[in-house]
Write a protein that binds this ligand. Structure first.
Ligand code: TXA
Ligand code: MG
Length: 304
C-alpha cells in the first residue's frame, strides 16, 4: 500500500509533477531539482518570491557530490549529521545538472540528505534530486502533518508519512567559506557543530542576508501573535510551555521538553490561527538548545 504510493509519487516526479513528501523536519513540496519547469511550479504553488532559493534533497553523500563541491569541513559534517536535519550551502559544480532556478541566482546550492524512511525510499526509487521547500504557501506556517499540506495545497499529492518527528526545519549552514556559518537555526545546534568544527558560528544579524528565508516576517499566522506572555489578555488564546497559566488553551510541552515543543509548535500555531480567538499569545521559551530555533521561528511569526 505504502510502496504503491511511493511508486506513484516517483512516477509523478519523473513526469515533472509535484508531490508533497514527509521528512523528519517538516513536509516538503517536492519536484525534480534538475527541471526548471518543475522548480518553477514549486515557486508558483507556494506563491513564493523568486529570490528565495530551495533545498535540494539527495539519497546519499555521493549523489550530493555530483552537484556541489565539498571541502574538508563539509565532508566531516556530512559524515556526522547526514542523514538528518542538516542542510549545507555549497558551491555549485561547473557541470551541475541542477536547475539554476533552485539556486535563485546564487552560485551555491543548499543540499541535504533527509532521514525520514519514506523520503529516502522516494529518493532512491525516483533516482532524482528533489527540490523541496516546506510545503506551505509562502510566508505561512510549515506543515508538520499530511493534513496541513492538504489544507493549503489541495491539488498536490501528499505522501503521508505521519506527523514529523522534529517539527522544525533543518539547520542551514553556509559552507562556501572556510568556516561554517549557521544561516538558519534548527535541530542541529551550534554546540553540536562546534564539536566537529570548532570555528563554526552563527550569522550576525547585520551580516549580508545570505539566506533569504531569514527575512524577518516568515511563518506568519494570520492573527497577531504576542510572545513571552505571562498572562492572558482579553480575546487571546494562550499556548503554554511547561507549567501552564490558568486558562491556557494548549501546551507545547507540559514537562518543559524543548524537543516535544518543537514538534508541536507549527501545529499549535496553526490550530490557534484556525480557532475563534482574536489573537495568539505564547509563554516564554528558554533560549537554550532547540529553544533558540523555536524562539527564532516565533519571532518571525510575530513580525508583520
Ligand atoms: O527542513 C527543511 O529544511 C525543510 C524540509 C522540507 O527539508 N525545507 C525547508 O526549505 O525548510 P525552505 O525552502 O522552506 O527553506 C530553505 C532555506 C531558506 O532559508 C533559504 O533561503 C535557504 O534555505 N537557502 C536555500 N538555498 C540557499 C543558498 N543557495 N544560499 C543560502 N541560503 C539558501
Ligand atoms: Mg519554509
Amino acid at each position: 500500500m505504502r510502496d504503491d504510493n511511493i511508486q506513484k509519487a516517483a512516477t509523478l516526479l519523473r513526469d515533472g509533477k509535484l508531490v508533497a513528501i514527509p521528512t523528519e523536519t517538516v513536509y516538503g513540496l517536492g519536484g525534480d531539482a534538475r527541471s526548471d519547469s518543475a522548480v518553477a511550479a514549486i515557486y508558483a504553488a507556494k506563491g513564493r518570491p523568486q529570490f528565495n532559493p530551495l533545498i535540494v534533497h539527495v539519497a546519499s553523500i555521493d549523489d550530493a557530490k555530483q552537484y556541489v563541491k565539498f571541502n574538508t569541513a563539509a565532508e566531516k559534517l556530512a559524515a556526522k549529521f547526514w542523514p538528518g536535519p542538516f542542510t549545507m550551502v555549497l558551491p555549485r559544480k561547473k557541470d551541475c545538472a541542477l536547475s539554476l532556478l533552485v539556486s535563485a541566482g546564487l552560485d551555491s546550492v543548499a543540499i541535504r540528505m533527509p532521514a525520514h524512511p519514506m523520503a529516502r525510499e522516494l529518493l532512491k526509487i525516483s533516482g532524482l534530486p528533489i527540490a523541496a521547500p516546506s510545503a506551505n504557501r509562502s510566508g505561512r506556517i510549515s506543515p508538520t502533518q499530511a493534513s496541513h499540506v492538504a489544507e493549503e495545497l489541495p491539488d498536490i499529492m501528499v505522501l503521508d508519512g505521519g506527523p514529523c518527528q522534529l517539527g522544525i526545519e533543518s539547520t542551514v549552514v553556509d559552507m562556501t567559506g572556510d568556516h561554517p556559518i549557521i544561516l538558519r537555526p534548527g535541530s542541529v545546534t551550534l554546540e553540536q557543530l562546534q564539536a566537529v568544527i570548532p570555528s563554526a558560528s552563527v550569522a550576525g544579524v547585520h551580516s549580508d542576508i545570505k539566506s533569504p528565508g531569514m527575512l524577518a516576517s516568515h511563518y506568519a499566522p494570520t492573527k497577531p501573535l504576542r510572545l513571552n506572555a505571562t498572562s492572558i489578555l482579553p480575546g487571546e488564546g494562550l499556548i503554554a510551555f511547561g507549567k501552564p497559566i490558568a486558562g491556557a488553551a494548549m501546551n507545547l510541552s507540559e514537562h518543559g521538553d524543548l524537543q516535544e515543543a518543537a514538534a508541536n509548535l507549527f501545529r499549535m500555531l496553526r490550530e490557534m490561527d484556525a480557532s475563534n480567538v482574536q489573537s495568539i499569545a505564547v509563554m516564554p521559551i528558554p533560549e537554550t538548545g532547540l529553544g533558540i530555533a523555536i524562539n527564532d521561528r516565533l519571532k518571525r511569526a510575530a513580525t508583520r
